[in-house]
Design a protein around this ligand. Structure first.
Ligand code: SAM
Length: 272
């Protein structure tokens, strides 16, 4: 059983999560001290049922967990906060247990990504979850460039000591007027959601040393301006004069000019 736990406010632990944690033969967790606190909060005894499964030990823990499942035991998997598997261990256990034919169920709980997305006020109809961006180098640049082009809202996790750098990089990649929300310490005492532009966000964070847990929610790239019919027509003429058939010329121009194939096709029809 994959069990979601609170991202701050213990009141968010669901009654079903309490029931499942109370009944499990084993609870796989990142940090035994943290989960003990949670269990104590809901009056459940750990009774020697805790095993540690963190980023470093997850792969090695898989065979032992599979053996327990084979023996008919119930294993609950929790992470330090939120949903296991979301920038947290859990994925390998689920994948191995499912591949071995075991029933894997979920007790859904809070996740900072979804909580930040819905409170950001930014479009939530389609979104991308980026987790933590690569820390540096080409991998980071490429991911920022892809994020800047993406039309979907993107959710980014960040540590307090890196959030200023990341907002500065988002400002460069997405431009000053792209909308962004900074969700901090959600469900906790110092919960705060700041909404504005990338430029405003950099100013907002400049004042004081950022503290707490952060999620950045970045608006999608704006829709491109309507295609310039003259430019589309000229590009089609050039390609077709060079021997390209209508279908491939339409596909190429649509890709090159970031215009829908349907719109390019309409221009191509007028030409022929
Ligand atoms: N599994 C978790 C989930 O479902 O949200 C995420 C774990 S990840 C290791 C931790 C990151 O989640 C933090 O660095 C922060 O970006 C985000 N986060 C977790 N709790 C948060 C909270 N209460 N408020 C804002 N962000 C939070």
């Amino acid at each position: 059983m994959i069990v979601g736990t609170p991202i701050g406010n213990l009141g968010d632990l669901s009654p079903r999560a309490v029931e499942v944690l109370g009944a499990a033969d084993v609870i796989a967790c990142e940090d035994t001290r943290r989960v003990r606190q949670l269990l104590t909060h809901c009056g459940i005894s750990a009774r020697g049922r805790l095993i540690t499964v963190n980023d470093h030990t997850e792969a090695g823990a898989v065979p032992g967990v599979l053996e327990r499942l084979e023996a008919g035991e119930t294993v609950a998997v929790v992470s330090d906060a939120g949903m296991p598997g979301i920038s947290d261990p859990g994925e390998q256990l689920v994948s191995a247990a499912a591949a071995a034919g075991h029933v894997v169920q979920v007790v859904p709980g809070p996740s900072a990504a979804v909580a930040a997305l819905v409170v950001s006020g930014l479009p939530a109809g389609r979104f991308a979850f980026e987790g933590f961006l690569p820390r540096k180098g080409r991998a980071r640049e490429e991911r920022l460039a892809a994020l800047a082009r993406d039309r979907r809202t993107t959710v980014v996790y960040e540590a307090p000591h890196r959030v200023r750098d990341t907002v500065a990089d988002l400002l460069v990649a997405c431009g000053p007027v792209r909308r962004i929300a900074i969700a901090r310490e959600l469900t906790k005492m110092f919960e705060e959601v700041w909404r504005g532009t990338c430029e405003g966000a950099a100013d907002h964070l400049a004042g004081t040393e950022p503290r707490g847990e952060f999620v950045l929610v970045v608006d999608g790239a704006p829709e491109p301006p309507p295609p310039d019919a003259g430019a589309v027509e000229a590009a089609l003429r050039t390609l077709m004069a060079g021997g390209a058939d209508k279908r491939s010329a339409v596909a190429l121009v649509a890709a090159q000019m970031d215009v829908s194939k349907r719109e390019v096709y309409e221009v191509a029809i007028r030409l022929s």
